[in-house]
Design a protein around this ligand. Sequence first.
Ligand code: PBG
Length: 329
Amino acid sequence: MITGKYPSLRLRRNRKQSWARRLIQENTLSSNDFILPIFLIDGSNKKESINSMPGVYRYTINRLSQIVDRAIKKGIPMVALFPKTKNSLKNDIGSESLNENNLVCKAIIEIKKKYKNQIGIMCDVALDPYTSHGHDGLIRSNQIINDETIEVLINQSLLQAEMGCDVLAPSDMMDGRIGKIRKALDGSNYKSVQILSYAAKYASSFYGPFRDAVGSKGSLKGDKKTYQMDFRNSDEALREVALDIKEGADMVMVKPGMPYLDIIKSVKEKFKIPVFAYQVSGEYSLISNAIQKKIINEDAVYESLVAFKRAGASAIVSYYADRIDKIIK
Ligand code: PBG
C-alpha cells in the first residue's frame, strides 16, 4: 500500500506551507460534531462552579437558557442533561428518577417549551444520580440486580420520552436493557425516540470529576466493576455493541474516550454505524488543569478532539462543546 521511496519521495514537501497542509488534511471538526453535557441543580438563580472542572458549571432551571442559548448560537446539535439530586431526595431504589417533577423532567420541558426542535435533548437512563448508594441499579444482597433494574429503567425511559426527550442514552450497562426499552417505547407510541446506547462503557477512574459534579462521589459504595467493562478487554466491547445493535440501538457510545480510541476504531470498522465518543470528565479535568498550570498549551484541546474523528467517531460528547468556536479557530 505504501509506495515511493526516499530521496525521490519526501513527505515533508506536503507539509512545507500552511496552505499545502490544509489541502491534505484528512480530518476536521465542526460544531455539528458535538454534544454538550449540562449539569442541573435545584434552587433558583444559581450558576455553580465545579472545583475539579474549571469552566464547567451547574445551572438551576431558571438559568438554563443561558447555556442552551450559547449551545444553539454555536451550532451544537444536542445537549445532554445530568442532574445533581439533593441528598434528601435519594434513596436505595432511586425513586426520584420516576418523579415527573425531577430536575431532568423540568429541564426537558423548559428547553422544549423555549426552543422546540432547534436543539436535541439527550438524557441518561441510569439510577446513579438518584440512589443513596451511588450505583446505576438496584441492590439486593450486595449485588446489582439486572432484570429488576431494567424494569425501573423502562419507566425512567418512558417518563423522559413523555417529557419530550429526543434521545435516550442508557448508561447503566445492564444486560438486555436496550431491547426492553425499545419495546416499551414502541408499545407506548414513542417509536421515533432514538436510543444512543452507552454500549462499551468501561469501569473507569476517569469518571471521578463527574461523580463530584452530580454529587454521587461521596455516596458510591464499592466500584462498578460488576456491570461496567474491564478496561483490559476489547473483544468484549464488540460483543456488547453487537447485542445493542440487535436490540435496536440507533447509535452506540464508547466511553471514556481518549484511552479507548482503539475501541472506537474497531467498532466503526466492524459495524459501520454511528459511533459516538465521550470525552469524559477526567479527560476534561486533566487537560484543563494542565492548561491552567501552563504544563501544556491550549491547542491540546483541539488535538484531543480531532483524535476522536480520526478514530472514526461521528460525534463527541465533550465539556468543551460550548467553546468549540474558539477551539476550532
Ligand atoms: C452515569 C454516568 C457516568 C458518566 C455519565 N453517565 C458516571 C458513572 O458511570 O459512574 C460519566 C461521565 C463523565 O465522567 O464525564 N451512569
